[in-house]
Design a protein around this ligand. Structure first.
Ligand SMILES: C[S@@+](CC[C@H](N)C(=O)[O-])C[C@H]1O[C@@H](n2cnc3c(N)ncnc32)[C@H](O)[C@@H]1O
Length: 311
């Protein structure tokens, strides 16, 4: 037990530094061209088919080798490659901290509610809020794909991450996404209560685990936040949680299971299957978060639940 926790701690530390480092741009694997065997055949005289097969095999081996040796930041860059983001941003000299204590006095003041019509083109669209959004690339990916139909709000307690994400929003000229430096635990309620449209989806994805028992109170999902999420969710709205740390996933699950008005999604949606323990077998959003990519690279399992508020 002690050693697996030790592994997790190391893994989380490694991950955090991976987030702070800006990944290099790498070409998507799909762009690595595999030469057609027929093309090769036309250039050959003797043993042409054999040579084509050998060449194809070599290319495939090269591709597998390339995949095996990709590091986590490279995989993250690949996942979001079509966003084409710039990493040469001037964010000043303050480093992005790996961890913060959300209970420290510097995070005790709730974030100011923005003028929603300044940050969204249409502030009445259904809203998704990602709590602890990290770099925000996951949310940017979704916002780009649903630009006319949904708004997206990313909250993170690390100011530099929110600042960089907002620069990317401008670069991509998106008008349906906004990032805020906010302690979600004490800011979420006022933000969603003032929003002009319905709250359709709230996600808490791979939150900081704060392993030590005496630090559990630092975890982002505390009872008042869970109540605020469920209260403000529109009928039919959804809550998506996930973690690669079973204990953290169970902590969130136990909190949301308590609400009679929430039902897990699998009985009403046959495309979303669960294992025997009630964890979703796949990611329902079609895009992975950075922590998720890193954890899967290390062979970890992701524990997911998706709830729906009853009509
Ligand atoms: C482990 S990272 C996961 C980031 C992203 N969701 C992912 O899956 O890649 C957790 C994030 O939650 C943020 N965070 C922690 N406590 C928070 C709080 N009280 N309010 C807002 N964000 C918080 C951290 O700054 C960090 O970016």
């Amino acid at each position: 037990m002690a050693s697996s926790r030790h592994f997790m701690l190391r893994s989380y530390n490694y991950y955090s530094s991976g987030v702070a480092a800006y990944p290099r741009k790498v070409a998507p694997l799909s762009s690595v061209s595999l030469q057609s065997p027929r093309l090769c055949y036309s250039h050959c005289c003797n043993g042409a088919v054999h040579s084509a097969e050998v060449e194809l095999e070599q290319q495939q081996q090269q591709q597998q080798h390339q995949q095996r040796h990709l590091r986590s930041p490279d995989l993250v860059a690949l996942e979001y490659a079509d966003l084409n983001l710039s990493y040469k941003l001037d964010l000043g000299h303050v480093r992005i901290r790996q961890h913060v204590n959300p209970l420290s006095s510097s995070f005790s003041v709730p974030a100011q509610v923005p003028e929603w019509n300044h940050v969204f083109r249409d502030p009445t669209l259904p809203l998704m809020v990602d709590i602890g959004c990290g770099s925000g690339r996951f949310l940017l990916w979704l916002a780009k794909r649903n630009s006319k139909v949904k708004n997206y709000l990313g909250l993170d307690i690390r100011q530099k991450l929110a600042k960089r994400a907002e620069i990317w929003v401008k670069d991509l000229a998106l008008d349906n996404i906004h990032f805020m430096f906010a302690n979600a635990t004490n800011s979420f309620k006022q933000l969603v209560a003032s929003y002009h449209g319905p709250l359709m989806l709230v996600s808490i994805l791979c939150p900081d685990p704060h392993f030590k028992k005496r630090h559990h109170k630092r975890r982002v999902l505390q009872k008042p936040l869970a109540v605020a999420i469920v209260d403000h969710l529109m009928p039919g709205g959804q809550v998506f949680i996930q973690s690669d740390v079973l204990e953290v996933a169970l902590d969130m699950r136990n909190q949301f299971d308590e609400f009679d008005v929430l039902k897990h999604i699998d009985p009403s949606n046959p495309t979303l299957l669960c294992d025997n323990e009630g964890w979703l077998l796949s990611n329902p959003l079609g895009i992975r978060t950075e922590r998720e990519i890193h954890a899967e690279l290390e062979g970890a399992r992701i524990y997911r639940r998706m709830y729906q508020k009853q009509m």
